[in-house]
Design a binder for this molecule. Sequence first.
Ligand SMILES: O=P(O)(O)OC[C@H]1O[C@H](O)[C@H](O)[C@@H](O)[C@@H]1O
Length: 613
Amino acid sequence: MASISGAFSPSSTLLRPRRHQSVVFSAFPFRRLRPPQSIADLSRSSSPSYPSSSTNNSLKSGPVCPVEKDPKKLWDRYVDWLYQHKELGLFLDVSRIGFTDEFLEKMEPKMQKAFQAMKELEKGAIANPDEKRMVGHYWLRSPHLSPNTYLKDQIEKTLDKICEFAEAIISAKIKPPSSPAGRFTQILSVGIGGSSLGPQFVAEALAPDNPPLKIRFIDNTDPAGIDHQIAQLGPELASTLVIVISKSGGTPETRNGLLEVQKAFREAGLNFSKQGVAITQENSLLDNTARIEGWLARFPMFDWVGGRTSEMSAVGLLPAALQGMDIREMLAGAALMDEAARNTVVRENPAALLSMCWYWASDGVGSKDMVVLPYKDSLLLFSRYLQQLVMESLGKEFDLDGNRVNQGLTVYGNKGSTDQHAYIQQLREGVHNFFVTFIEVLRDRPPGHDWELEPGVTCGDYLFGMLHGTRSALYANDRESITVTVQEVTPRSVGAMIALYERAVGIYAALININAYHQPGVEAGKRAAGEVLALQKRVLAVLNEASCKEPVEPLMLDEIADRCHAPEEIEMIYKIIQHMAANDRALIAEGSCGSPRSVKVFLGECNVDEMYA
Ligand SMILES: O=P(O)(O)OC[C@H]1O[C@H](O)[C@H](O)[C@@H](O)[C@@H]1O
């Protein structure tokens, strides 16, 4: 039997442990036992009730009943199912997910169908039918797979341009016009969602202690947050490269951030266009602005790359390169993972294994949350990155056949062992509505930097012990988990992990028959925000008119609502005025009862006493 090599030695062969008959876990095969809802239930029910045969658990066979605890059988399962990618030094352990042989057999046709869908996607099919777009983020790291030479050339030329530009900035061949440092020392990234989450995750994971340029982010339309970032830059604003990232080129939060930063540049007597870079779709509003204003550089985003899968495009590669990261290594790691994830044998495909575990653990309907627990500080933002990648892809109201499914898979988590001092208590003993994904990094410190803080024990040993102790403690209480293990956090392993989850999401989406590549729900939120701002403008017009009278005419809320022709919006009008008053843009006088109904609103000076005389 092939042994599992403890030592990691780079070679291209896959180690394949001898196949064992995997053990059936559930005491009542393929029935989903409905756990007692409360202690009272326990006293009432002599035995746990479980769904009648009519309940649709044709594929659901997750064991809420006790899982396998026999150490010998667990070891066999661990060895039998352990996936190892020798060249990447990456392991995937799914042994603590209790899928059964029957589940595997029932899933096999669905998995093969999903593999076929991914194959067609990579060949350039319109895999995003709602937006009639191809889905091409895999081509970014394997341009030769592009459906035509034009796209291949675009990808390769953009990568070369990114490397050349980053080298020119770092070497100060391109420098800011008026910086004492004589070179760019800071990056200010302005973007939101997929135009920021990937760069933030990668910066936290891979930025060296002293990068050639230090990065900070404006990823919201919070004026105080923007002020804080600009204040922290201080005089270094003069040596800051501002990268404005927006695929659509029209996202309000990003546009506001740009306007705020440009105001700061004006107030500092700096020429923004000499320090501005745009990453956006060609001919977008942002692209045209950057072109007309003569910004330092512009890099394209492609319509066949979604925001949440754009880390391997200029969105992620330019900031990474400017921080001194080896972006070609990141691409190489992703490409190696893509190659492995094209395997049509489930147990030899890490992305297929992941997606199958998600399906088992959450009934294929998101019935359990995915807790992401990297035991490595530098991977802190991985869960936040996965929240968008997983939830914006899978959280959909309708499936591809138009059925209302309200699908999804909830992701949360931060890092271990820190989170053991926050919410692991609930995971261990509380509501059983999750499964855990541990991210294990074997290398604790660079070679030669480790030391024993007690005989035979290092700090990293504690971290290792906390991970495995938590995994065992959860499993002892029937809590399932997956463990992804990498040797260390490098551009290659980060690229591989990104690719692993991009592919797992794609396969899982095919399993549940949804479009993973559009985001209709986000548009609804944007529209609603626009309606609030439109109402605010009407409120201001009404208040301005009233404030022009002599004496100033204070208005009750219902009067304002009537004059806005929006009586049904009186609550929103109250909230708008409350916000304006808190920012010294309106004045509120309240009657003694303090109720919103007694509120009188006005702009400018007014004798409050007279109002309630
Ligand atoms: O890159 P942008 O076009 O500015 O979009 C930024 C974000 O906007 C929306 O929230 C989309 O749902 C995200 O997928 C996208 O990443």
